[in-house]
Design a protein around this ligand. Sequence first.
Ligand SMILES: [Fe+2]
Ligand SMILES: [Fe+2]
Length: 240
Amino acid sequence: MKANVTEIASDIFRISTFHPDFGIQFNQFLIRDEEPVLMHAGLKKMFPVTLEAVASIIDPAKLRWIGFSHFESDECGALNEWLNVAPNSQAVCSFVGAVVSVDDFADRPARPLNDGEVLEIGRHRLRFLATPHVPHAWDAGLFFDETDKTLLCSDLFFQPGDPEPLTESDLVGRAKESIIAGLSSPLANDMPYTPYTDKTLRRLAELEPQTLAVMHGSSFRGDGRRAITDLAGVIKEALG
Ligand SMILES: [Fe+2]
Ligand SMILES: [Fe+2]
């Protein structure tokens, strides 16, 4: 396995590894700044591949923050490996994530963020939004880079296979196919439709992202408000 690296926005690098056993990509995003951030630690078993890719961009020992949306192995399985490689690094996640899972699992305590808090990392400002159960899990949250208007989407806009790094054409159609196919898969019911689902997605759309950094599948550049609003409609129709 080898990762492909693509700069999808200014100093935001998509590190993508296609895993043939799963038939999907696992993507991490490295934000190169004074305090470098790796968004998604990746699976523990894929750590050497991700490490090699990060090392092609920055010195991995200089990583400051390991961020993620929710407590699952593709989000934070290799967290302790990163904490070991980068002595000044720290996990950064939701308050719920830190208290419920991460501070027991991780070798060092996380920095917990509350809804709306900003993580200043240099040129980029990352605003944290608590998004419980979007895309899934109680502890879920998402980071929005206010500087260049990039939303780190975690599992939203999931697409299977090994598609191109970045597209300016429709992502919602592909995401819709995945949502429909997922309904009859062994991994069905990943996203519960709650009283907050639509409100949460519409709040994300209001951020007017210009880039959507997607964990599984292509990232998107274009009208993020439109894409998220359309996705909210698809989710409501399929799951609501
Ligand atoms: Fe997930
Ligand atoms: Fe994921």
